[in-house]
Design a protein around this ligand. Structure first.
Ligand SMILES: Cc1cc2nc3c(=O)[nH]c(=O)nc-3n(C[C@H](O)[C@H](O)[C@H](O)COP(=O)(O)O)c2cc1C
Length: 178
């Protein structure tokens, strides 16, 4: 599949069959994250692969809404970054997450980005703190998101290239009113 077809095919997949993901596919997914570019080539990203069902259920409770896709995934990937290595750690981790999602699509698997950074778990406890405590992640690792990954149990339409927001693209300078 060429790259354009791949990014047209990529959709957030939130329902999974529960079948395991092969070790070869898991390796390719992590290779995509580890191959991602990073600021000053600091390779700040850190990943935690979770396939223990009990821990997966707990990760699905990291925030009150929007984290349910984790509950039925086969693999949850917590994506963070060493904030002492990279001031733009959020960008480093975002690029890694995106490349991993594209690789996941290429493998005919599905994934969904579950936002952790900046979200609340409950009163006074951030989703980030909840995940940090659950997995023993040290304070200097910022936690961006969790990718829920699995074999798709839903069909999503391809992205519609005819409905792209071309008005978001400005030519040569910003055109007021657009
Ligand atoms: C930064 C970011 C945060 C997101 N957070 C969540 C989330 O917490 N839960 C969720 O179900 N989807 C989440 N998504 C997925 C978006 O809802 C999804 O990408 C968007 O609706 C477009 O749909 P598509 O991915 O199928 O093209 C997130 C996506 C991004 C890029």
């Amino acid at each position: 599949m060429n790259f354009h077809d791949l990014i047209v095919k990529r959709r957030s997949i939130r329902r999974y069959t529960g079948d395991p993901i092969s070790a070869e596919d898991v390796k390719l997914i992590f290779e995509a994250g580890l191959l991602a570019p990073s600021s000053k080539n600091q390779r700040s990203c850190r990943f935690i692969a979770v396939d223990d069902p009990e821990t997966i259920q707990k990760l699905a409770e990291c925030k009150p809404a929007g984290a349910r896709p984790i509950a039925n995934c086969s693999l949850a990937i917590v994506i963070g970054s060493d904030t002492t290595l990279s001031e733009p750690w959020i960008e480093d981790a975002s690029i890694a997450a995106t490349l991993m999602q594209v690789q996941i699509t290429q493998l005919d698997l599905g994934s969904c980005w579950i936002q952790v950074r900046g979200r609340d778990h409950s009163d006074g406890i951030s989703a980030e703190q909840y995940v940090r405590d659950l997995l023993g992640i040290p304070d200097h690792i910022g936690i961006l998101c969790i990718l829920s990954v699995g074999h798709p149990d839903e069909e999503r339409p391809l992205q519609n290239v005819d409905k792209l927001c071309w008005d978001h693209v400005h030519i040569e300078k910003w055109h007021a009113g657009e």
